[in-house]
Design a protein. Sequence first.
Length: 724
Amino acid sequence: MHAPLLDWLRLALSQYVTNGLSVAVGLVLIVLGVYALDGLSAASAASVGVLVASLPDVPSPKRRKFMQMLPAPALGAPLFLAVQLVQQQPLELGLVLVPGTFLAFMGMAWGKRGGPISFSLMFSMLFSMATPPGHPDQALMRTGWFLAGGALYLVYAVLTAHLLNTRYRVQLLADCLLGLASLLRTQARRFDPQTDSPAAQQALLADVLRQQAALADLLQSTRDVVLESPTKPHRQRLAGMLLAVLEARDHLLACELDLDALSRHDDGQWLPALEQSLLALAASLEALATSLLLGRTPQPVADLRPALARLQAAGAAASEQPGTGALLGSLTDRIGHINDETVKMAALARGDVRPELANVRSSWQLFVSPTLWSWKPLLGQLSWYAPTLRHALRAALAIGVGYTVSLHLPWASHKYWILITIAVVLRANLAQTVERRNARVGGTLLGCVLVMLILSAHPEPMALLLFVALGTAISHAFAIKRYLFTAIAATVSGMLQAHLLMGGISPGFALAERLADTLLGAVLAWALSYVLPSWERRQIPGLVQRTLAAQARHARLALALGQARQPDLDWRLARREAYDSLSALVQATGRVLAEPRSVRPPLEPLEALQARSYQLLAQLTAIKSLLMLRRGQLDMDEAQPALALAAQRIDHALISPGLPAAGAAPPAAGPAQAVDSALMPAPEQLPDNLTPALLRRLGLACDMAGELRLAAARVQTPTGPLHD
């Protein structure tokens, strides 16, 4: 099958589409049931309740699923009723919309969990505006059906979370395998001699950093589901495969260490072979992911170890430059470890081996995201420069301006559509706002055409409800992967739902007016994104400090693995935080590029900081591999003091009080480097004693920690006033 078709097949079989279809089925079942009980008006109001309750329904742990989703309909119902009661009174309606928007967007203080809740509250108000005016008793009746729809969907979501949990585990893991395969392909391009120019290598490194950040986010979502209660054999196999993915990612990162040095000595004979090895492993991971998604038993993965051993031997025999054979051996060994983890994943999926989950089985709660609601995240966002508070104020102002403008337009505007556009386009940062603005306008144009075609056929209300369900499924499924599809589908479902809320009494459809509403809302959202901005320059110092602290803790615990019988649970948690903190910094750097130049932080030291952080992680991965996989070839009596001293130096370099001056020289060589300088024979000269190689790695890690701290100092040095 051609690669594009395979990509679409994998997307169709992914958790995104499964989740969207689950939402659509729930919507159809509930709305059709209410329609049979009390007609179109009740079904339309119930459909809004279902929509509001369904937004937080994403693949997530089974535990406390009900409590995770409850805030959406529970808090949305009072807002729905408030709008119902005052929708004929412009001033009073504005006084509901503006503070309601502020409260809704403050929900983003809870991060990924809070985002869907915020939009649920906004849609509760805005779809309530789409209903025809009525008496208070009608408002109460509609709110009752709103609550009924939301409550029924909560029960449905809890049931489907249990029914689909096994499938979600497989799909999320398959998505991680595909993410790792994509990262392998990008890393393979770094081995291509045709991309050896500094500019090309820098661009590829930036791609690697972005993909590492995306994979870190995906891995945490996968941990939340796959590591929950790994008590059954099938769950344990999937958990074991996830741990193998983490190990393979570490070894892939370590490939960066000697790549540049080998590139300078390679004559085009060895790098292409290494590139093909990585591409072969990527293909194996993709085939494994596809088999999981199709529910098939995967084929065993071809072991590349023999071919890598022959390549290493040929390189050692043919190399004319000293050290080239050692560099080639180091890289082939790391690719060999990736191969070992890939082979292990396939064997676990086939049930040929048993997973090793001693720590994870008993302490899985430590690896998953918190599920309890707490006031602490909200209290942390109550300062003037807090991003969530400023975004909530900005959103409230945008909704207020949009509502005021809609009251004075020369055409028959649909106020709720202008406000919906503002709500979905306006994001917490300028980069995402611009991206959503473009997708929203294009998606609305296409969606309007589809709605015109649907309404021109004068379908029955039942058919319209099915179109609403289909649009909801697509918009829910592609919200993360393909937002343009979400914009198109959301336009179709939103307009048809508004049509149903009006009782189907307006068969006509003014394309020009709807597009004008959309364009106006998008422009207002974009323009007001510059009001009370949360420029990344203000957030980056905190992200830098988090990164430094995480790197220091990870280094301390990674180097402690040299102690006999040292448990690795704390190290695994520290490794996760090291990757997650760096992922947040990489993503923030990407958003910086969309901001005005006058408020950007210095990009060169920021990029250097990211590169040094990954290089430090790579050095520590290489050291960890020596301690865990080559312990018998180390003189631990000599290594233990050097490990302790290196941990102390790295800790001091990264978290000691006060940053060094931006122009300071690198730290002077300490005892770890002195030992390293005295014992520096090449690894191939001492095949049975890798202690000198360990000492060399420790010295390089200490140097890298010093360079990382200097890069952090340059990032945090003020470059000019910031007016916001």
